[in-house]
Design a protein around this ligand. Structure first.
Ligand code: SF4
Length: 432
């Protein structure tokens, strides 16, 4: 979502004359769009400001703006601690950036803007065209979260759930497709909680997917990140008849222990999670799943950990993210007694070994097979192409002739844990 936000911030400031520069010392404004999910996020911001200060030691000071979730969570503290920061803007206030910059240029007053003004934000953003022109483009449809998992800072930094009007979303999707997008990834902190009412009609994520499925030049649709509780029947059914919806779903569970899921306030147990996956696979047997896991959550016993291992083995996730629990200030879990560091590290290594094995086994299946790849870029100084399979796996391949944005059948000749490597020849084969 930060990538989407950064692009939109650029769309806004470009209307008052700013352009991007790759030469750091030429910049007269730095906007650091920050994420608060990972540990040490705040310190990374101060480190980056330190680098800017050093680069501009003998030059005119640039305007320094901190936006995003660190700005939201630490606004006052940041302004106090680092006088080099001129402005702090929260993720739900960045539509005001132009007024704030112009005001700063007039009055030289430092500013802290962290209101949750999400309705106004999307109304304002709608007035400025989305300039993204990537083959695979992001589109935010929903923001914020009402779930309040005990480890998570999102409900405090992004605020309550908000769903954008469906017309705004479809209009933006059409612009992205006209700009060259062949794949749209619908975004939301809780994307499948999308819920918009207009003229007595209720629109859900499934409504957006079905509308997008009808856009002729669009080839692929994805969405992230989903909560298991919001995997409703209408959404599951999209996997049956929306051919452009890719059969790959990132569905975080965090732990395979019901005791830990309860302590995390996840609002579902592992049996419910498994039942959702079973429904999905019944509707479309090609569907594969990835997840997030938190290891060493306060109170996680050996048995709880083993429950997570068993769940991973049962589901066979093709690609997952795993982290050791780290407390986020202000969240309910931040006061809990932490587990031992050594034990946590051992558990993380164990879980990552199992997850990696599944990833490797999954990639191995493609060896000497053909797979369908959407070409996104050229790599290796233009000698090779980069694209992704229907399951998001990166593919690097040689081709005599192909174009960015095309879907081609690539023969896989080797692989590693994360990537597939192959060759594409015209007129030879069809993907399995
Ligand atoms: S559902 Fe996701 S975004 Fe919401 S609180 Fe839980 S982890 Fe955070």
């Amino acid at each position: 979502m930060n990538e989407y936000d950064s692009n939109r911030i650029y769309d806004l400031v470009s209307t008052i004359g700013f352009t991007k520069t790759k030469i750091k010392n030429e910049a007269n404004c730095f906007i650091l769009n920050t994420c608060h999910i990972r540990e040490k996020a705040t310190e990374k911001v101060y480190d980056e400001i330190g680098r800017v200060k050093k680069d501009f030691k003998n030059l005119k000071k640039p305007l320094v703006i901190i936006s995003g979730c660190v700005a939201q969570a630490e606004s006052e503290e940041m302004m106090k601690r680092e006088p080099y920061i001129d402005m702090v803007i929260g993720p739900q206030s960045y539509h005001k950036i132009n007024d704030l910059i112009l005001n700063y240029q007039r009055k030289k007053e430092r500013f802290n803007e962290t209101e949750f003004d999400v309705i106004k934000k999307f109304d304002e953003l709608q007035k400025v065209s989305n300039s993204q022109s990537k083959i695979s483009s992001y589109l935010t449809i929903q923001e914020g979260c009402d779930k309040f998992c005990h480890f998570c800072v999102v409900p405090y930094t992004r605020g309550p759930e908000y769903s954008r009007p469906i017309k705004q979303i479809i209009d933006e999707a059409n612009i992205l497709v006209e700009n060259g997008a062949k794949e749209i990834i619908l975004l939301g902190q809780n994307v499948n909680a999308y819920n918009f009412y207009e003229k007595n009609k209720n629109y859900r994520l499934s409504s957006i997917i079905r509308e997008l499925n009808d856009i002729k030049k669009l080839k692929r649709i994805r969405f992230t990140t989903s909560h298991p509780k919001d995997m409703t029947e209408d959404l599951i059914n999209c996997y049956k008849d929306c051919k452009k919806l890719m059969p790959f779903l990132h569905l975080p569970i965090q732990s395979g222990s019901n005791h830990i899921l309860k302590s995390m306030n996840r609002k579902h147990d592992k049996e419910y999670y498994i039942s959702v996956i079973e429904k999905l696979k019944k509707i479309n047997r090609e569907i594969k799943i990835s997840s997030d896991f938190i290891v060493g959550y306060p109170g996680e016993s050996k048995n709880d950990f083993m429950d997570t291992v068993k769940l991973i083995e049962k589901v066979g996730f093709i690609n997952s993210y795993s982290f050791i629990f780290s407390p986020r200030p202000g969240t309910p879990a931040s006061d809990k007694k932490l587990n031992g560091t050594t034990e946590n590290l051992q558990r993380l290594k164990e879980i990552q070994r199992i997850l990696e094995n599944f990833q490797i086994k999954n990639n191995e299946k493609y060896l000497n097979q053909f797979c369908e790849v959407l070409i996104e870029n050229k790599v290796n100084s233009g000698e090779k192409f980069f694209g992704r399979t229907r399951y998001m796996t990166p593919v690097i391949f040689e081709s005599e002739k192909c174009n960015l944005g095309e879907i081609v059948d690539v023969k896989i000749t080797s692989f590693n844990q994360k990537n597939l490597f192959g060759i594409h020849k015209t007129n030879t084969y069809k993907a399995a």
